[in-house]
Design a protein around this ligand. Structure first.
Ligand code: UT7
Length: 326
């Protein structure tokens, strides 16, 4: 039987900053209501990082929890990939700051900028190292302080986002080349740069030198998400050699409960198989999938050996999906 190396998730961890901001809190800042936000998005609250917390601080907490669950320490880590769009500094990468703060030895560390698709892109990239034997212990992190990118006068966007971080530990594991193997089994990544104007930040180092604010044509992004994510999910399932119906848990990017429901319906996935954290976390961009994974693992719903389907879509536009067996 063919032996193949797989990238196996051996630990998952999430971290949410302490401050909780409710919809009613936001109704004091912009012209909105708890009812509108809950009905249109499913969001009830979001977490906000403290002023002295940088995105690397959030990432470090999530990484520590993931390492603990994997039974590993910082000394084992030889690769760190952080999916983020809200870096501490323009450079160096958040990944190298995390490496320093955790006390990891010299290794590989870099960030991936694919906005809300950052975790799916980072996981697929890490597979290229781990499943080729080039990393023995990788940290793949999604971490964001999206509240720092908000225009607090724009009710169409500022109510949607929150801060947080999630991390997984990936280690090589021997498989048989079968769908019963533990590890990352398949993925599909997509980008369409012609859709930039639908979701972007109006600032940057080489344009106006500003941090900028997030701008979004929400209903256009919504339509694109529901239609195009399904194609990527089917492609990832095909890449993995599984049927969407075989999936135990569907863990989508948590942007809007109506998108989660719409995609699940299109794919014929029962709502009982959907891990949803959007009500409590709101949209934490690249952090939302690993945070949702961490929640499902911690509350005992997601168990070792189960088949997970992850998907996301974000600015770029970028989107994609991964299939893995825990
Ligand atoms: O993670 C990256 C991907 N991002 C997403 O996936 C987000 C996708 N988009 C969405 O989730 C939804 O499009 C939104 C939640 C952003 C908006 O929901 P919608 O049902 O598409 O509403 P809309 O943008 O078409 O706006 C409907 C109305 C407008 O008022 P008029 O023009 O009909 O009078 C908006 O001004 O709702 C108004 N509105 C609000 N009202 C109260 C927009 N935001 C708010 C608000 N509170 N916060």
């Amino acid at each position: 039987m063919t032996k193949v190396l797989r990238s196996v998730v051996t630990g998952v961890g999430g971290y949410l900053p302490d401050e909780v901001v409710t919809n009613d809190d936001l109704a004091k800042v912009v012209d909105t209501t708890d009812e509108w936000i809950r009905e249109r998005t499913g969001i009830r609250q979001r977490h906000r990082a403290a002023p002295d917390q940088a995105v690397s601080d959030l990432a470090v907490e999530a990484a520590k929890r993931a390492l603990e669950r994997a039974g590993r320490t910082a000394a084992d880590v030889d690769l760190i990939i952080v999916g983020t769009t809200t870096a501490d500094l323009t450079f160096p990468a958040v990944a190298t700051i995390v490496q320093r703060k955790l006390g990891c030895p010299i290794g590989i560390a870099f960030d991936i900028q694919a906005v809300c698709s950052g975790f799916v892109y980072a996981l697929s990239t890490a597979d290229g190292f781990v499943a080729r034997g080039r990393s023995k212990c990788a940290l793949v992190i999604g971490a964001e302080t999206m509240t720092r990118l908000m225009d607090w006068t724009d009710r169409g966007t500022c109510v949607l986002f929150g801060d947080g971080a999630g991390a997984v530990v990936l280690e090589p594991g021997e498989g048989q080349g079968e769908i019963s193997d533990r590890g990352l089994l398949g993925f599909a990544l997509r980008a369409d740069g012609t859709k930039q104007d639908l979701l972007y930040v109006d600032g940057g180092v080489s344009t106006n030198g500003q941090i900028g604010h997030l701008r979004m044509q929400g209903n256009q992004v919504f339509r694109h998400a529901v239609v195009n994510i399904s194609e990527a999910v089917i492609a990832a399932a095909k890449d993995a050699g599984v049927q969407v119906a075989d999936v135990d848990w569907f863990i989508p990017h948590q942007a809007n409960s109506r998108i989660l429901d719409g995609v699940a319906r299109r794919l014929g996935i029962d709502e009982s198989k959907v891990i949803s954290t959007v009500a409590e976390h709101a949209n934490t961009s690249a952090a939302s999938i690993p945070l949702a994974m961490a929640k499902g693992v911690e509350d005992g719903r997601i168990k070792p050996g189960q088949l997970l389907l992850l998907e996301a879509m974000g600015g770029g536009l970028t989107w994609g999906a991964c299939v893995l067996r825990l």
